[in-house]
Design a protein around this ligand. Structure first.
Ligand code: NAD
Length: 321
């Protein structure tokens, strides 16, 4: 018997973005003959980070970028190395493979990366714009310099657009109106900004972490410009089940092999998206979900390279004006 739903791979979703990026890279050849330059800093011995770095290199170079991995043997020299790259005109984008120190110092280092070269979109200004629903870096009148979005939350949004969860008949900023989403992850890097993005577009978002459950909305009757957060209570299976009851989308991002989302909580026909590097859904998800996206990494890297091009364009615009 045919399964009701479809499994959609990230490679399929990223394809049109990759084609656009490749075309834009060619257009930039007049100012960057070797391609825009992305520098990655690796200052840990984490094999996962090493793998991710190799993968970034392979993908970006196949699309016409120049990628340079800078290994830093002594973590204490990382900050200086970042500053040097910030000041180097030949470097267009910078990324750091975290964790480095594995504590709050990592957040500090993240902010050392120049805002103008931050391809991952982790700079405080970008997060603040996201949380305040501000889409441009120049004032809203000029609208020449688009703000950068953190690439993993942005990738999940692009996956949702592909699956037509965003209703393009509605005006921009309202296209998720009435949709219910559950996100299992509230990290500062992915889950919380993603919840805010979706709420800013009109969705009701249940944001789940190991401790508690929160509800993100844009407030009643579309009157608010940015999202509101309400505490629903401590994490419990009962409360999770309740949140999933009529959820249109379930998004998971739990690190580690042992976690599996309870399939029985998924509404028939819901969309299930996993951005964790571990498989958070068991195979039975395919018998419930209308669409199942098992990973999003390929879309994330497309967004990272798209951010890099946007930074180059923003910088060229500023130079010319
Ligand atoms: P993190 O450890 O900072 O956050 C994990 C979140 O999951 C926390 O909010 C935690 O409370 C929650 N959580 C953990 N166990 C839970 C449980 N049993 N029930 C409910 N909530 C639970 O991790 P992170 O940086 O957000 O990364 C998460 C995963 O996403 C990792 O596997 C990482 O590799 C992956 N990731 C993927 C991409 C991508 O592009 N696909 C990008 C970044 C991170």
């Amino acid at each position: 018997q045919a399964k009701p739903g479809l499994t959609i791979l990230a490679s399929k979703i990223s394809k049109p973005y990759i084609e656009d990026i490749e075309r834009e890279v060619q257009e930039l050849k007049s100012i960057r003959p070797d391609g825009p330059v992305l520098v990655g800093f690796l200052a840990n011995n984490d094999p996962a980070a090493e793998m991710y770095a190799n993968w970034t290199k392979k993908t970006s170079e196949s699309m016409g970028f120049k990628y340079e991995l800078r290994r830093i043997d002594d973590k204490d020299f990382l900050e200086e190395a970042i500053i040097e790259a910030n000041n180097d005109d030949k470097v267009d984008g910078i990324m750091v493979y975290f964790p480095v120190f594995g504590n709050a110092q990592d957040q500090y280092l993240q902010q050392v990366v120049s805002r103008d070269k931050d391809v991952e979109g982790l700079n405080h200004v970008y997060y603040q714009n996201l949380y305040h629903n501000i889409r441009y870096l120049d004032d809203e009148k000029d609208k020449k310099l688009k703000s950068i979005l953190p690439c993993t939350p942005l990738a999940v949004v692009k996956v949702m657009e592909y699956l037509k969860l965003y209703n393009t008949l509605l005006p921009m900023g309202n296209r998720m109106y009435g949709k219910k989403c559950v996100i299992i992850n509230r990290s500062e890097i992915v889950g919380r900004p993603l919840a805010a993005l979706l709420a800013n577009d009109g969705a009701t978002v249940f944001s789940i972490d190991i401790d508690n459950i929160q509800k993100f909305t844009r407030g009643e009757k579309l009157k608010y410009k940015k999202h509101h957060v309400e505490d629903l209570g401590k994490f419990s299976d009962e409360l999770l089940k309740e949140c999933c009851k009529d959820a249109d989308v379930i998004i998971t991002g739990v690190p580690g092999d042992s976690y599996k989302f309870p399939t029985q909580y998924i509404k028939d026909g819901a969309v299930c998206i996993n951005f964790s590097s571990n498989k958070n859904f068991s195979d039975e998800v395919k018998e419930k979900a209308s669409f199942y996206v098992p990973s999003t990494g390929k879309v994330t890297i497309a967004m990272l390279l798209r951010n890099l091009l946007r930074l180059v364009k923003n910088r060229e615009y500023i130079k010319a004006h």
